[in-house]
Design a protein around this ligand. Structure first.
Ligand code: FAD
Length: 385
């Protein structure tokens, strides 16, 4: 089949790799001329890593993955460890290590595997039309392409979603701003092989190791939507928001490079079940836009890719039928995880301060079992359980 994919993010490229492996003629069209992923790094939980393993990328992803052996929560003000535990039980249960990875490295790996010659940059889709036999995608430069089916993997601001749903759902502001980037690993900030999260006042600071002796860091602060985004003030603002927090956090703020730091106002979209219209299907954030609070958005995009390819490979009642079967399998799981992330987001960011305080209190009693059970629970239901 001739397959058009809109969007060269992790979802679109994973789908492209999976579909090419089945022998299809796949072309990806990407809006931007210079791809710059929205964050510095990403934690790929074991379910996401397994999708990449399935696509034949196990060696490449293992080389990019950080050595994250344990996890800890630390009281942001006192610097005292609330809980610290090994992630080995999680790895044993699921059968795969999780990997925090640089987004740029992940993007490059997927582009190389898919084949850069089949990605056309600088092509913003504006309109989609399906005559029942052929899908036409039209682009901002006036050109168009035709194919047997089209996959809208064009992210949270998806244009294809508008075509599939007949309207654009509102994005919902989750109530907090996230700053993220990379710094060199320094044990004076946190142990090198640990995902450490400092918590307090509904705020959160996290560091996790990626390859190349770097920490992926992020700061979360509950704030109103639409405050000025001025790079030159990032450090001063973070010093203000985290005044009185442990010296490890002050050192981390000293180390960050504002020029290479991202600031994101976190949103999600109410889950919806209609992922297909005729020969057009949504995938990744276009279908299920989530807050990053359980680290599953990208992993779910990769699960979509595997299930979509499988549906097209194994069903013989036509493209529309296969796409509907894909959506039926994926929409409930992805939607459930959007809601789980939203709930986690509210607890972490003090939507109700009493509930957040109860969570902090519970962390002092935690031996890892409850947290690992929660993370494993997010992974169960993947195509590779
Ligand atoms: P995207 O990566 O957004 O790619 C969409 C692509 O489509 C883009 O390249 C865009 O330019 C292109 N495009 C858009 N419009 C058009 C158009 N009209 N025409 C052509 N192309 C178009 N997920 C995890 O699994 N683990 C994490 O730890 C994690 N952390 C996160 C932290 C933050 C701060 C954020 C914001 C998200 C995080 N996520 C995480 C979620 C993850 O980033 C997304 O779920 C993932 O990037 C979705 O991939 P995608 O391919 O669907 O969309």
């Amino acid at each position: 089949m001739r397959i058009t994919i809109i969007g060269a993010g992790m979802g679109g490229l994973s789908a492209g790799i999976a579909l090419k492996r089945l022998g299809h003629d796949v072309k990806v069209f990407e809006k931007v001329s210079d791809i710059k992923p929205v964050g510095a790094a990403i934690s790929l939980w074991s379910n996401g890593v397994k999708c990449l393993n399935y696509l034949g990328l196990h060696r490449q992803i293992a080389a990019l993955g950080g050595n994250m052996d344990s996890m800890a929560y630390v009281d942001g003000k006192s610097g005292k460890t609330m809980t610290a535990f090994s992630l080995a039980p999680l790895v044993t249960q699921i059968g795969q290590r999780p990997y925090p990875v640089s987004r740029a490295a992940l993007q490059n790996m997927l582009m190389d595997e898919f084949g850069r010659q089949d990605v056309t940059l600088g092509m913003a889709v504006t309109d989609v039309e399906d005559d029942g036999a052929t899908v036409t995608a039209r682009f901002a430069d006036g050109s168009s392409v035709q194919s047997d089916l089209l996959i809208g993997a064009d992210g949270t601001h998806s244009t294809v979603r508008g075509y599939v749903l007949g309207e654009q759902p509102e994005r919902r502001y989750a109530g907090y701003v996230n700053w993220n980037g990379l710094v060199e690993i320094d044990p004076a900030i946190a142990p090198a092989d640990r995902w450490t999260t400092f918590v307090g006042e509904g705020k959160r600071v996290s560091v996790m190791p990626i390859a190349g002796n770097q920490f992926y860091f992020f700061f979360d602060v509950p704030l109103p939507l639409g405050l000025p985004n001025e790079r030159e003030h990032y450090k001063a603002l973070l010093r203000e928001y985290f005044q009185g927090w442990t010296p490890q956090i002050q050192l981390l703020i000293d180390r960050i490079d504002p020029a290479a730091t991202n600031r994101v106002e976190i949103h999600d979209i109410e889950p919806f079940m209609q992922w297909t219209r005729g020969r057009v299907a949504l995938l990744g954030d276009a279908a299920h836009s989530t807050t990053p609070d359980i680290g599953q958005g990208g992993c779910q995009a990769m699960e979509d890719a595997i299930v979509l390819a499988h549906a097209l490979q194994t069903n013989t009642l036509g493209i529309e039928d296969a796409l509907q079967r894909y959506a039926k399998r994926r929409a409930p799981r992805a939607g459930e995880l959007v809601l789980r992330a939203r709930k986690r987001c509210d607890v972490t960011h003090a939507k109700d301060p009493a509930i957040t305080q109860a969570w902090y209190d519970s962390l002092w009693q935690e031996d890892g079992h409850t947290i690992i059970r929660g993370i494993v629970g997010n992974m169960l239901g993947s195509p590779f359980d």
